[in-house]
Design a protein around this ligand. Structure first.
Ligand SMILES: Nc1ncnc2c1ncn2[C@@H]1O[C@H](COP(=O)(O)OP(=O)(O)OP(=O)(O)O)[C@@H](O)[C@H]1O
Ligand SMILES: [Mg+2]
Length: 242
């Protein structure tokens, strides 16, 4: 298997680590059948890749064999942001979907023990047709037999159809919300879009929350996962994001 190193993975503050840890543990209670998890958001820049990457590392650190698939096929910044380096020829998910590579050509073992990555390698302007082919589902089926968890970092739901399509292949999705930025209507729209798929919305992650308004409770810092299965955004109209 090819190797890849991640050169730029900053240490997280204790409180952020704790909150992500809560998210990791909570996902573990989602059920044994929840292995492929899409991470998406309503708009760009809400922190999907940040959450995906750090959750991936945390899952790997506790001994899960975990695969992160970069599914931002149009505009992946993972390689530059996280300093992904390999001495091998870089081939990724686009090559696989276009039938130019096999599964084993695109999975990289990283310098994070138990952590594996499928990069994008080459962006494409219109990947919808690639996502609609049968190879995406086949990829996940093969990977499911090899890994404990597979996290899929996707584009925002509001921009392109990709994330919704990808959700249909996954066992569950997580919706990242940038605290104080994403309009409530957009969040509601994302929830209803995701609910139209048969894939359960496992929960939402409130990213970059202003902790000063929540007292000194560390667990509210940066990440806070509201209830599972739309409990927070569900049919109970009284429960809305602040
Ligand atoms: N909780 C956080 N604390 C500090 N920085 C953060 C946090 N969440 C995100 N960021 C930073 O904000 C920027 C945007 O985050 P990120 O790239 O993860 O967003 P995204 O939703 O994946 O964006 P895109 O829609 O472009 O893919 C990045 O520079 C990231 O490092
Ligand atoms: Mg991203």
């Amino acid at each position: 298997m090819k190797d890849m190193s991640i050169e730029n993975m900053p240490e997280l503050p204790f409180d952020v680590t704790e909150s992500l840890n809560q998210l990791r543990v909570s996902l573990g209670f989602s059920g044994e059948n929840i292995k492929t998890i899409e991470i998406t958001s309503s708009t760009p820049n809400e922190g999907k890749s940040f959450v995906a990457m750090n959750l991936w590392k945390m899952m790997a650190d506790v001994g899960n064999r975990v695969l992160l698939i970069d599914c931002d096929l149009r505009n992946s910044e993972m390689r530059s942001k996280w300093g992904l380096q390999t001495n091998e020829e870089l081939v990724g998910i686009v090559h696989f979907l276009a039938a130019k590579a096999d599964v084993y050509d695109i999975v990289y073992k990283t310098n994070i023990a138990n952590g594996y990555i499928i990069p994008v390698a080459a962006c494409v302007p219109n990947p919808t047709i690639l996502l609609e082919g049968k190879r995406f589902g086949e990829l996940l089926e093969v990977c499911k037999s090899q890994f404990d968890y597979i996290l899929l970092d996707t584009p925002a739901l509001g921009s392109v159809v990709d994330a919704l399509k990808i959700a249909t292949y996954c066992d569950g999705s997580l919706l990242v919300i940038r605290s104080g930025e994403t309009p409530r209507k957009m969040v509601e729209n994302s929830v209803s879009l995701l609910n139209r798929t048969e894939t359960p919305l496992l929960g939402v992650v409130l990213n970059r929350a202003d902790t000063s308004k929540r007292g000194n409770n560390y667990y509210y810092n940066h990440y806070y996962r509201y209830g599972y299965h739309g409990e927070y955004y569900g049919n109970n109209g009284n429960k809305k994001p602040k």
